[in-house]
Design a protein around this ligand. Structure first.
Ligand code: CTP
Ligand code: ZN
Length: 153
């Protein structure tokens, strides 16, 4: 897309998370604490997208999101693209795949789980079965659907 038609200003160096479903951008920003940085963060919400109709987008300057970090987003925005920008050029484009584990992000839905009473970080193993995704808590070993874990944030 030519610079003059860009909906959010181009960045010189950093990461652009593109093709986030509309309404998921704010959630992703907060959940992954992307706003808790001294770097400039610009967000675009409900931007027109040919593929999605409307999309959200997050740009973080001078921060480079690696593959493992990018994959943590896959539960929320499986079709997002993470672009690495260097000197105004896209030098890397990561597509997301589900990680094996997701730590510290979600709370365990089991109210009796030890993670609610002990100062431990949550940890789930991701289990993908065809179209469905489940998370298994490392501590109570209960298995929850993706929806149950993510809707509680
Ligand atoms: N971008 C940016 N700053 C730059 C270069 C690119 O913010 N200096 C952003 C673009 O606005 C876009 C994303 O990074 O949101 C990816 O850029 P590019 O690959 O050029 O765009 P597309 O071809 O539209 O990407 P895709 O094929 O992933 O849709
Ligand atoms: Zn648990």
């Amino acid at each position: 897309m030519p610079k003059e038609t860009q909906l959010v200003e181009a960045i010189k160096n950093g990461s652009v998370i593109d093709h986030i479903p509309a309404n998921v951008g704010i959630k992703v920003l907060k959940l992954f604490k992307m706003h808790k940085t001294n770097q400039r963060v610009t967000i675009g919400l409900n931007l027109p997208s040919s593929a999605l109709g409307a999309k959200d987008l997050i740009k973080i300057e001078n921060v480079f999101i690696n593959t493992d970090q990018a994959n943590q987003l896959a539960l929320y925005a499986p079709n997002a693209t993470v672009n690495q920008i260097e000197n105004y050029e896209v030098v890397k484009k990561l597509t997301l795949s589900l990680p094996e584990k997701i730590n510290s992000i979600f709370k365990c839905p089991n109210s009796n789980c030890i993670t609610h009473n002990e100062p431990v970080d949550s940890s789930f193993t991701i289990i993908a079965k065809k179209e469905d995704v489940f998370l298994k808590c490392k501590y109570c070993e209960k298995v929850f659907s993706r929806e149950i874990v993510t809707e509680r944030v």
